[in-house]
Design a binder for this molecule. Structure first.
Ligand SMILES: [Zn+2]
Length: 463
């Protein structure tokens, strides 16, 4: 069998896709979109085998960098199954519809310019019709059970603790009567984070692909980060300020709502208005609400005592642009969660423009900020930024909370690997920038006497 690495390799963290080809079948594990960077446009092609024959697609979790090229498969004529856990199917549907919408909107903007320049229009990468087509091809799989996915190929999904429905996948390949095992970690979450269960590592592999996003370091401890968040909220509410949280729609928004519910339940702060200003975050929260079976025991006890929403009587869901604009008239104290998470687009820009220049405003950065984003400039402490072409003074207090990551830090990556290491697998580190995966590789070599490969994009691993 051979495995061609078609994304999240060579120091890339986006575009996850592995093409597995055996004597009897070809399957893809993940089908992610390349995001950002100069080469994204040219790299975003359907990750199909040269003969175009694909038997199945297996998805680890719903994030766009693991699912975003799926509509390209539909566009290329693929009509086979896409296997994923039920929650991943719902999350993927939400995320792919949004992605198709963004692709169309972006290309419309480009085409208006091209029309004025007398140039022919460009096609979007894919449309809503392609997204809807592939969404119909999803097939639900249970956790912890071998599922037959293609001739001679079975797969087992286990909890990855990274987002609702996330999984690691073990592929069982019938190789002339002998079973070979290939494990894909997918994105792994931190242990002991609230809401979701912790990851469940596999014990056996001939080859393991391990993500290495934070292979070089650990995050700030979660408990400390929570205390810091509580104290920011208390200070801001005491001073009647506005708290702006640029947030990704899935994961972080639900975590913050849970923490705010804890603050109200424990009476750490009097109830004050909270705005969830993102249609996608509202939809993602609904998906969380009917997947309690994926919650950890602590969260199950917490919601059994009282539903989170019973604490959040002051939460307003802002679905429309009108709802969003009305937040402008809301005096402090209040807290606004809005996208985009890196402040490079979306409703958060309007809130930042209206409030960054006020000293009583607090901006809380809870996620990764890429180098070229407005979020990174705020983190770096720039005192003057440009939003919608207007200069805005940054008088607000900007807080960066490093401990709310949805990714396992170095210690948790190694703890996951420690369980599979005794089976003496070959190891390939993917989904990490090069400095991060080199540090992790060195540690694995020292501790387990295994020499991890650091594959490049399009590299082929034969087993
Ligand atoms: Zn992810």
């Amino acid at each position: 069998m051979k495995i061609t690495i078609l994304g999240a390799a060579g120091g890339e963290v986006t575009g996850s896709a592995y093409l597995v080809q055996t004597q009897s079948a070809s399957v893809l594990v993940d089908c992610g979109l390349f995001q950002g960077g100069q080469r994204a446009d040219e790299l975003n092609r359907p990750p199909l085998p040269p003969d175009g024959q694909l038997d199945a697609v297996l998805i680890t979790h719903g994030h766009l960098d693991h699912t975003g090229r799926l509509p390209l498969l539909a566009k290329a004529g693929y009509t086979g199954p896409v296997f994923a856990t039920p929650a991943t199917i719902e999350m993927s549907a939400l995320i792919l519809r949004d992605s198709a919408h963004i692709q169309s909107a972006d290309i419309e903007r480009v085409n208006r310019k091209r029309e004025r320049a007398g140039e022919p229009p460009l096609e979007p990468l894919y449309t809503s019709a392609h997204a809807e087509a592939i969404i119909q091809q999803f097939k639900p799989v249970p956790y912890q059970q071998a599922v037959s996915v293609a001739p001679g190929l079975q797969a087992i999904w286990t909890e990855a603790g990274h987002m609702l429905g996330s999984a690691s996948i073990q592929l069982l390949v019938d190789d002339g009567g002998k079973t070979k095992r290939v494990v894909f970690s997918g994105d792994l979450g931190p242990r002991n984070a609230p809401i979701l269960k912790d990851y469940e590592p596999f014990r056996q592999a001939d080859l393991v692909f391990l993500e290495s996003t934070y292979g070089d370091r650990d995050h700030q401890p979660f408990g400390e980060t929570v205390e810091e968040f509580f104290s920011i909220v208390q200070t801001a509410v005491g001073a009647r300020g506005k708290i702006l949280v640029p947030t990704f729609a899935v994961g972080r928004a639900q975590l913050l709502m849970t923490l705010l519910s804890q603050m109200f339940r424990r009476q750490l702060v009097p109830p004050f208005p909270i705005f969830l200003d993102s249609p996608m975050a509202i939809a993602a929260t609904e998906i969380y609400r009917h997947h309690h079976e994926l919650f950890d025991e602590e969260m199950l006890r917490y919601v059994a005592q009282k539903p989170v929403r019973a604490d959040l009587q002051t939460l307003k869901l802002c679905a429309t642009a009108e709802d969003s604009k009305k937040i402008n008239d809301q005096p402090g104290p209040c807290l606004v969660m809005a996208g985009a998470g890196m402040c490079n687009a979306g409703r958060i820009l309007h809130h930042l423009k209206a409030n960054l220049w006020k000293p009583e405003t607090h901006v809380v950065i809870v996620g990764y900020q890429s180098d070229d984003s407005l979020g990174r400039r705020l983190v770096n402490g720039e005192k003057l930024v440009s939003i919608f072409g207007e200069k805005i003074a940054v008088k607000a207090q900007v807080h960066t909370l490093g401990g709310f990551s949805a990714h396992a830090g170095q210690t948790d990556l190694l703890a996951w690997f420690n369980v599979i290491a005794p089976s003496q697998p070959r190891v390939a580190l993917t989904h990490g920038e090069n400095p991060q995966r080199e540090i992790l590789a060195k540690l694995i070599e020292q501790r387990y006497n295994l020499k991890p490969q650091l594959p490049e994009l399009h590299e082929v691993i034969e087993l």
